[in-house]
Design a protein around this ligand. Structure first.
Ligand SMILES: Cc1cc2nc3c(=O)[nH]c(=O)nc-3n(C[C@H](O)[C@H](O)[C@H](O)COP(=O)(O)O)c2cc1C
Length: 204
């Protein structure tokens, strides 16, 4: 009871909301689709996306006012994009105009329309309304190797900002989840991550 009360106060004080790691598909004015991992916050029928400046996702949403959230357990998409090993992933044809296509391998998706834009020097907040959604594949439980790939993908996206010793330390820990629980897709994503870090160090 006391802990619950403390937690509620903390949440209210920090304005903290859970962050969901997803893939955002967005499109440019010229209908070119961009696929990017992003952390989003969800409240009722609203989604907030917070892209750092500059980013293609931000440019696209400002131009078209639409985006799609892809909930996906194929973590190769996260790793493939941040490592540049695979940037293109199969898309479904959008059901109608005014919608950004979702990834073929997504478990579920939300189609969004922008409602509010709060600008910021580094990281604006784009709040969107969910206008339609789809469920494609059931959630099959948590997997430690998938969590390791998501964490390692975040590290890779910050390679130039973090000391290389910290990267190695964290990779060593994340490898435990890979060694114990990875399937084929997670092993493939892991090879991209390790190669990307090696290439970065070789070119330093
Ligand atoms: C799990 C994960 C979450 C991420 N969340 C964000 C985010 O919330 N905002 C952001 O700008 N970049 C985020 N990134 C980094 C972007 O995916 C990366 O910088 C990407 O290249 C930006 O794509 P874009 O320029 O194509 O929009 C995240 C990366 C990962 C792996």
């Amino acid at each position: 009871m006391i802990i619950n009360c403390h937690l509620r106060k903390l949440v209210r004080h920090t304005g903290r909301k859970m962050i969901h790691e997803v893939i955002i598909t967005s499109k440019s004015k010229d209908d070119i689709i961009n696929i990017a991992p992003m952390g989003i916050r969800i409240k009722d029928d609203e989604v907030t996306i917070s892209p750092f400046k500059p980013s293609q996702t931000l440019t696209n949403i400002m131009a078209t006012k639409i985006a799609t959230v892809n909930f996906i357990d194929d973590v190769r998409v996260f790793a493939g994009i941040v490592t540049n090993f695979q940037k293109n992933w199969d898309l479904c044809i959008a059901e109608r105009k005014g919608i950004v296509p979702h990834l073929k391998s997504s478990n579920a998706h939300y189609n969004l329309i922008m409602e509010e834009f709060k600008d910021d020097e580094k990281r604006p907040n784009i709040t969107c309304k969910i206008i339609s959604q789809g469920n494609h594949r059931p959630f099959q439980g948590f997997n430690r190797a998938q969590s390791s790939i998501i964490e390692a993908s975040v590290l890779v996206s910050r390679l130039s900002m973090l000391p290389i010793e910290k990267i190695h330390q964290e990779i060593e820990y994340l490898k435990i989840g890979i060694d114990k629980t990875a399937g084929k897709r997670e092993l493939e994503a892991w090879t991209w991550i390790i190669q990307k870090i090696k290439d970065y160090e070789d070119n330093e």
